[in-house]
Design a protein around this ligand. Structure first.
Ligand SMILES: C[S@@+](CC[C@H](N)C(=O)[O-])C[C@H]1O[C@@H](n2cnc3c(N)ncnc32)[C@H](O)[C@@H]1O
Length: 312
């Protein structure tokens, strides 16, 4: 069992509406693929109300029409066991597997056996900064050659949690300490490169920019990286607790319909279950300008070029 704050519940609500929209939009195709890179717990409880709610894997296994292939990646052995039980109880998906271990290692191998022509949605929902850029590239490359053959074909669609608060917290004010603890290297693996994010970090340390600007710059840099993989549409949906932004959900797709569905579900006003009040008012979504292009022009300094990590 895992307890979550209301912001995780909010994220799951958006996710639930989107995956249901995804399979309906793809119902004319004989195969639909779902990849859950950080599949998590099967018993989830909302801290503020005690309510139980399904995790992403259960939601994806329950949509109609069903996905035809599902891969659930998870590192924790206990959760792997729970996910296996969940699969045994859900008979609708023809080809469903749990892939135990590190998703960064297992995703490239799992992609080999999946159909390139099938509409494919990947949910990348780590606790923090665990996703390697190499994994995101493997997903984007999976259908690339097939998608290139005709203009309407699309690459793997992704919804990725980018932890902006984790960036600020992990990099921190003490550069040497962050480098020594391997945190700078972790960030380099997250972006797949050094360069612009280091300049943002420097600007934050020297108070050229504030926390909120740093968070936003880190997220926009990640969107720049996704854009460089050739995605036609990108969306950013910040997720806040009652005080601050925690992370940004970044959506990348080539499909105009996928883009429209996600834009509509992520912009909806929602009741955020912060406590037990009976008549809560739906809240406006936190704002982020999308498209984000041009954001670099607003900075009081120039960003350096990306220096790609070797070996990717
Ligand atoms: C935020 S939770 C996922 C929640 C889930 N997507 C949901 O919505 O119900 C992140 C999960 O990723 C798992 N995890 C962490 N690092 C991982 C890795 N490198 N590979 C696979 N799973 C990992 C954790 O054990 C945890 O269960």
């Amino acid at each position: 069992m895992r307890e979550w704050g209301p912001q995780s519940y909010e994220k799951l609500e958006i996710f639930t509406e989107y995956v249901q929209g995804f399979v309906i939009a793809a119902k004319g195709v004989s195969e639909r693929v779902y990849l859950d890179a950080f599949a998590g717990d099967t018993v989830n409880v909302l801290k503020t109300t005690g309510e139980h709610f399904p995790g992403s894997a259960e939601v994806a296994l329950g949509v109609r029409p069903p996905f035809t292939s599902v891969r659930l990646f998870e590192k924790s052995p206990t959760r792997v066991h729970q996910l296996e039980e969940l699969l045994q109880a859900s008979s609708e998906v023809v080809d469903a597997k749990v892939c135990p271990g590190d998703a960064n290692v297992n995703i490239p191998a799992a992609l080999q056996g999946l159909p390139k022509w099938a509409p494919t949605f990947a949910f990348l929902d780590p606790d923090g900064m665990e996703i390697d850029w190499a994994t995101v590239c493997a997903l984007a490359d999976h259908k690339r050659a097939w998608a290139k053959q005709q203009p309407k074909r699309t690459k793997v669609e992704m919804w990725v949690l980018f932890s902006t608060s984790g960036m600020v917290r992990n990099l921190g004010a003490d550069m040497q300490r962050a480098v020594k603890a391997g945190r700078a290297e972790r960030v380099a693996k997250l972006y797949g490169a050094w360069g612009p994010w280091e300049r943002i970090w420097q600007a934050k340390r020297t108070n050229e920019i504030d926390d909120a600007t740093a968070r936003r710059c880190y997220a926009y840099l990640y969107m720049d990286r996704l854009a460089s993989l050739g995605y036609r549409y990108l969306l950013a949906r910040p997720i806040h607790n009652s005080k601050n932004e925690l992370y940004v959900m970044v959506f990348a797709t080539d499909h105009p319909v996928g883009h429209r569905i996600m834009e509509s579900v992520q912009q909806k006003k929602r009741v955020i279950r912060r406590d037990l009040k009976l008549f809560e008012m739906p809240e406006e979504r936190p704002q982020y300008e999308t498209p984000w292009r041009g954001w670099r022009d607003d900075l009081p300094f120039e960003l350096p070029e990306w220096v790609e990590l070797s070996g990717l």
